[in-house]
Design a protein around this ligand. Sequence first.
Ligand SMILES: [Zn+2]
Length: 115
Amino acid sequence: MTVRGETIVCWCCGIPGPSSGAFELTESCYSRWLRAGKPRSGPPPHDPAKGKQARAEGLRRAREMRLQRYLKIRGECATQGEAAARLGVSLRTIWSYEQQIRERERTTRARPDAA
Ligand SMILES: [Zn+2]
């Protein structure tokens, strides 16, 4: 959960905006989701004409921003539990971040450590 009104990166589209306080969605996406009848797939796309591709791109961007946010606080946290608490996500989510980081390290092994 995020604090209402705090600027977040929207979970559904990766666009920053004021938080609705629910599900890491911005106000506009959350209200669009309510209007659509709370579909399980999440909020409908901003622009239905662009449809799925825009949504997939938004999800990818949002995922990247979340990972970057984790990387930012990762070094400051003594445990993964602490990192999870700070980001307001589950441990399982932290593990998936760690997995993504490991996969990246594998593909960019030649690069010197950029910490
Ligand atoms: Zn959104």
